[in-house]
Design a protein around this ligand. Structure first.
Ligand code: FAD
Ligand code: SIN
Length: 525
């Protein structure tokens, strides 16, 4: 089956939905989502979205905090643009029905998180993402120019390669003509021809055993863009959130928002010691890379499985009022956060790198845009400042919609694209092969490519991943497609990129820390 559309949006989180709403003013839009429309990283966001909202906060301060957290590895022009455009995008979200918390005097109740020198996080209790996701879905559902296809999995981007041409990575005229999409209800692979294709597929958390990300986060967009010979960068900068609830076996790991530390909660080790000041003068509110590494060290040195987040000294009523979901979740495990300390561990949370894009969200492939966590814009540098991710997604969704909207009438569908071939494939004999390899990829990345790295560990990870790559490619060639098999393949591709880029960086910088090169290049410290 072949379908023609103006804008194909792959992903239904904040990035994809925000783009779709704007692009619909210029043409027909099709959003595909691999499971249900609301199962996204976006839905799980707790802390909120950063924006300068009051004096004496300023664009300069937000820019400086972002660049400091990113260890100076950010693109300053991008940072200034995103931070400056934040207030107008926030007002738009509010007009779409996103209800950020206000104080009794009507002003916004702005929270503070690690690395921010001011209170500038707009939020709704501790479930900001859910509120945003709900408001955007309502807006999309009302728009007759937007069609949503749930349980539709993008398998591969279509380029000249599918017309039989040799496409090399350094070629400058690679074009995207749409995507092959697996309808997981019927197992049919559809050919979707689009004038503009947008990757809004989110992150890669499931590369690791412990992650705050839901199961959809398997790096599909990055793997597809890489296979299509697009430019990918900064994959070594994987952010581990310092405080996920220690509850072995639970997936995804439940996040304990950084806003709780902004509210006054303090990290302690099992001996009750406030250890953070030994690692950074900002204590529990130091940027995430520093806090996660400090916790990792503390746990290893002491031989503990977790550290504690202590909120027992805070006003109990205010605590419960501001963090109702965390309160409920902890109570379900018999932890009363007004009386008991919360056991926490770091968990894979966010990818700073991804598909390289310019300031309009354009990738290196013509007519292919990338927005949201899948993209690498230059905003985050070597470590993302808390609550800058939802912001980046809305700013870039807007810019990509405006940019592609201007081009759409000049682009034509490529009608020579062949339909997907199932020749030579049969049912996978044993799904256990997929499941087992998926687990092994997670073990390899968790054990060898985590918070602290070394050349030896990276080399070992590479050798082991290669074996799984060969097995999986063999399986892929002869199997009728399944979502799990494609996701495994994508995770392997993405894992390879993380290992390769980590190995090539001969220094410790932000989220990439290696014992072989413990200093930053050109630095004494
Ligand atoms: P997502 O919201 O992850 O959406 C990805 C979409 O792509 C999904 O619809 C998925 O089904 C679809 N998809 C993926 N692959 C395919 C495929 N092959 N075919 C079809 N569809 C596909 N950031 C902040 O700024 N503030 C916060 O407070 C905050 N809190 C967070 C808390 C948690 C627990 C987590 C996990 C993240 C948090 N983040 C936060 C990060 C932020 O939520 C994400 O970076 C952001 O939501 C990503 O949005 P997105 O639209 O790019 O991707
Ligand atoms: C959190 O609420 O701690 C997560 C914020 C973020 O990832 O930006």
């Amino acid at each position: 089956m072949v379908k023609q559309i103006d804008f194909l949006v792959i992903g239904s989180g904040i990035a994809g939905l925000s783009f779709a709403i704007k692009a619909a003013e210029k043409g027909s839009v099709c959003i595909i989502s691999k499971v249900s429309i609301d199962e996204t990283n976006t839905k799980y966001a707790q802390g909120g979205i950063a924006s300068v909202m009051y004096h004496p906060d300023s664009v300069d301060k937000h820019v400086e905090d972002t660049i400091t957290a990113g260890h100076g590895f950010c693109d300053e022009e991008v940072v200034r643009m995103v931070v400056s455009e934040a207030p107008v995008r926030i007002r738009e979200m509010i007009s779409m029905g996103v209800n950020f918390d206000r104080k009794s005097d009507g002003s916004y109740d702005l929270a503070r998180e690690g690395g921010h020198t001011e209170h500038r996080i707009l939020h709704h209790k501790d479930n900001t993402g859910e509120i945003i996701q709900r408001a955007l879905i309502a807006k999309v559902r009302k728009n007759p120019r937007i069609k949503v296809y749930e349980n539709h999995f993008a398998v591969d981007l279509i380029t000249q390669h599918h017309l039989g041409e040799m496409v090399k990575r350094n070629r400058k005229d690679i074009r995207c003509f749409g995507a092959y999409v697996l309808d997981t209800n019927t197992n049919e692979v559809k050919t979707v021809l689009s004038k503009v294709t947008v990757l809004a597929t989110g992150g890669i958390g499931n590369l690791y055993q412990t992650t705050t990300n839901p199961v959809i986060a398997t790096g599909d967009g990055i793997a597809m863009a890489y296979r299509a010979k697009g430019v990918i960068e900064n994959m070594e900068f994987i952010q581990f959130h310092p405080t996920s609830l220690y509850n072995p076996g639970e997936r995804p790991s439940y996040l304990i928002t950084e806003a709780l530390r902004g509210f006054g909660a303090i990290l302690r080790n099992a001996a009750g010691e406030k250890f953070m000041k030994r690692y950074d003068h900002r204590g529990s509110l130091a940027p995430r890379d520093i806090v996660a590494r400090a916790i990792d060290t503390e746990m290893k040195v002491r031989g503990d499985d977790f550290v504690y987040l202590d909120s027992t000294h805070l006003d109990a009523d205010e605590l419960v009022e501001n963090f109702p979901n965390i309160t409920r979740k902890c109570l379900s495990l018999e932890i009363n956060i007004t009386r008991d300390m919360i056991p926490v561990v770091p968990a894979a949370h966010y990818l700073c790198g991804g598909v390289k894009v310019n300031m309009d969200g354009q990738s290196s492939i013509i007519n292919l845009y990338a927005v949201g966590e899948v993209s690498s814009t230059g905003l985050h540098g070597a470590n993302r400042l808390a609550s800058n991710s939802l912001l980046e997604a809305v700013v870039y969704a807007h810019r990509a919609a405006v940019h592609s909207g201007r081009l759409i009438d000049k682009i034509e569908h490529n009608l020579k694209v062949p339909e997907w071939s199932i020749e030579g494939t049969s049912h996978p004999e044993e799904m256990v092969l997929v499941t087992q390899n998926y687990k092994e990829v997670q073990i390899i990345l968790s054990n060898y490519v985590g918070i602290v790295r070394s050349d030896l560990r990276l080399e070992r990870a590479h050798r082991r991943l290669e074996i799984i790559y060969d097995e999986t490619e063999e399986l892929y060639k002869k199997s009728i497609l399944s979502r799990r098999l494609c996701e495994l393949r994508n995770l392997i591709n993405v894992g390879y990129l993380v290992i390769k880029m980590a190995h090539e960086r001969h220094e410790s910088l932000g989220l990439h820390y290696t014992i072989d090169y413990p200093k930053r290049r050109g630095s004494e410290f």
